[in-house]
Design a protein around this ligand. Structure first.
Ligand code: NAP
Length: 259
């Protein structure tokens, strides 16, 4: 399928690895020029070069922390005129409900709610002026069904989801389409970190922890960044003009819901 977005320009936040990288790769495969971002420049430069080599698109890199006002200012400057915005950042650490203090919540809100909102507010006016834009926010399956140990993530992402629900309906008529992608477990560094916690807690090996988790997923395995990226590229395509403010689970059936 021709996604109809060749030659457009996208800012993909937190994209040197994992799900963000999957999105950057899939958009590049559709001919989209990129601004890629991560804090660490080594992996960022390596991933950007691999994408240039594979797809021949223009890739600019911005090494900064997307969760800070300073980082956002640099990204907004670099991505001026972008047609597509993919919001992403690292996820908060696991814990117990009684562990988290105000500062922990502020950090989670900055990363997983306020950073995407700041970038939408900065880049969507240009999209509206040009009459076309796409925004995809990477959130989590925890938005539909809580993951108890990820209370900071459950809370911050619920806030972003509420903001998007209203905002998507305010901008759709101007040609700007916002949707959220809700990953279940995918084989990335983040999954390794979460499985590492299970290893410590249960005294089992990493392979055992992975097999245990995979057994809870109807698809019987972890997702891949390529599958996730393909869904993201579709949600950034010409074909989604009538799909507004949706929350698409990509979880191998793990979240047990009828709708
Ligand atoms: P990952 O494999 O750990 O990759 C994270 C990427 O984001 C890296 O490129 C990292 O590079 C970058 N990054 C992290 N913090 C950043 C920051 N503050 N500013 C800029 N870049 C930053 O993670 P992932 O699995 O792709 O997860 C992406 C998001 O999806 C996270 O919010 C995660 O909680 C959520 N999620 C993931 C899963 C899963 O199974 N993988 C499931 C549900 C939700 P640097 O470290 O160099 O900055």
């Amino acid at each position: 399928m021709d996604l109809g977005i060749a030659g457009k320009r996208a800012l993909v936040c937190a994209s040197s690895k994992g799900l963000g990288l999957g999105c950057a790769e899939a958009l590049a495969g559709a001919g989209v020029n990129l601004v890629m971002n991560a804090r660490g420049s080594d992996a960022l430069e390596a991933s950007a070069q691999a994408i240039r080599d594979a797809h021949g698109v223009d890739v600019q890199t911005v090494a900064c922390d997307v969760t800070t006002a300073e980082g956002q200012a640099v990204l907004i400057e670099a991505a001026t005129g972008a047609d597509i915005l993919v919001n992403n950042a690292g996820g908060p650490p696991p814990g117990m409900w009684s562990d988290w203090e105000r500062d922990d919540f502020i950090k989670a809100l900055d990363a997983n709610m306020l950073a995407p909102i700041a970038l939408m507010k900065a880049l969507m006016p240009g999209m509206i002026e040009r009459g076309w834009g796409r925004v995809v926010n990477i959130t989590s399956q925890s938005v539909r069904s809580p993951i108890a140990v990820l209370g900071l993530s459950n809370s911050a992402r619920a806030g972003l989801t509420g903001y998007v629900a209203g905002t998507a309906r305010q901008v759709a008529g101007k040609g700007v389409i916002i949707n959220n992608l809700l990953p279940g477990i995918h084989a990335t560094d983040r999954a390794d970190a979460l499985d590492g916690g299970v290893v410590k807690q249960q005294g089992i090996t990493l392979d055992e922890a992975r097999a245990q988790r995979a057994a809870t997923i109807p698809a019987g395995r972890y997702g891949t960044r390529q599958e996730f990226g393909a869904a993201c590229a579709f949600l950034c395509s010409q074909h989604v003009g009538f799909i507004v403010g949706q929350n698409l689970l990509i979880d191998g059936g793990a979240t047990n819901l009828t709708m």
